[in-house]
Unconditional design. Structure first.
Length: 274
């Protein structure tokens, strides 16, 4: 059920975070505050990139929005409903794709549908359509170990698309790929995103990746992660990474991040010395 208070102030958004915090192992002596006071609205069909130093809580925020973990402060809504657990509306894609090696590509893609009890013919048809959208229809009957790293990530995207999510949560999905494959995957993702109409929340460490992809870049502080700034990128796509506008954004984002990365390093050194 939607909360009345929520509907009154934000009925259009795909995801709304208000005052969201997460302290791991709260109430124990191992308590560890990862996120504090996150206020963030994501519009339907919007591409939002989360950028911040290592350990600032970017992945944690994705897990909270995915409903895989519960926040310890604040509230999260997706399409007006409070997030209280996972939903097929919100698909999470990780850096390292965990495909089942004993299943074929199409069986991997339609795995979520088999849990829902869909028949084989339907699962195959849905998998085929999703694989066509990522340019891998020819690989339907292959096994994951016959694919390259980039192809496996495309299968992971197809698996997420097969559930027709309204929100794609992507945790550094291209981090393990080489530079050329990564650039191709960014173009490919922009095509898929445009076709699907889904909102995307994408975590990266890479300023250039943020500039290539985002409608808005959310810059996080060092841990506990708070939102330091939100920078809109209104450049038309495909974007020229060498344009004066991209160069100015690169400089601005580098400045925003520098002090936070320094703080994160200092904290990690202090922890290592304890
Ligand atoms: N399951 C967990 N239990 C306890 N602490 C955790 C857990 N997951 C993450 N943390 C801690 O929460 C903080 C934020 O971690 P998180 O992985 O969200 O950061 P991140 O910004 O995604 O980092 P990176 O960019 O390095 O992946 C870190 O200090 C991390 O050690």
């Amino acid at each position: 059920m939607a909360s009345d208070a929520y509907v009154a102030w934000s009925s259009q958004d795909a995801v709304v975070c208000r005052g969201v915090g997460k302290t791991w192992a709260e109430g124990t002596e191992r308590a560890h505050e990862a996120l504090r006071g996150i206020d963030l609205d994501i519009a339907p069909g919007e591409f939002v990139v989360l950028l911040g130093p290592s350990g600032c809580g970017k992945s944690t925020l994705l897990y909270l929005i995915a409903g895989l973990e519960r926040q310890t402060g604040g509230r999260i809504w997706a399409f007006r409903d409070p997030v209280e657990g996972p939903s097929p509306d919100r698909s999470l894609i990780f850096q390292e794709t965990s495909l089942f090696p004993w299943l074929t590509v199409w069986q991997n893609v339609s795995f979520g549908l088999s849990i829902r009890g869909a028949k084989e013919a339907e699962r195959r048809a849905v998998a085929k359509e999703a694989l066509q959208r990522v340019g891998l229809a020819e690989a339907m009957d292959k096994r994951p170990d016959e694919l390259s790293g980039g192809m496996r990530q495309r299968v992971a995207v197809a698996r997420a698309l097969a559930m027709r999510p309204k929100v794609l949560l992507m945790d550094e999905p291209f981090a393990a790929l080489d530079v050329q494959t990564r650039a191709k995957m960014q173009d490919f993702l922009l095509d898929v995103w445009r076709d699907s109409g889904a909102s995307v929340l994408f975590v990266t460490h890479h300023i250039d990746e943020a500039i290539a992809l985002a409608d808005r870049v959310v810059v996080f502080t060092a841990r506990p992660g708070r939102i330091k700034s939100i920078i809109p990128i209104a450049l038309p796509r495909p974007r020229d990474p060498f344009s004066p506008e991209a160069e100015a954004l690169r400089r601005q984002l580098t400045e925003e991040l520098r002090s936070e990365v320094d703080r994160a390093f200092a904290e990690q050194e202090a922890l290592a010395a304890e």
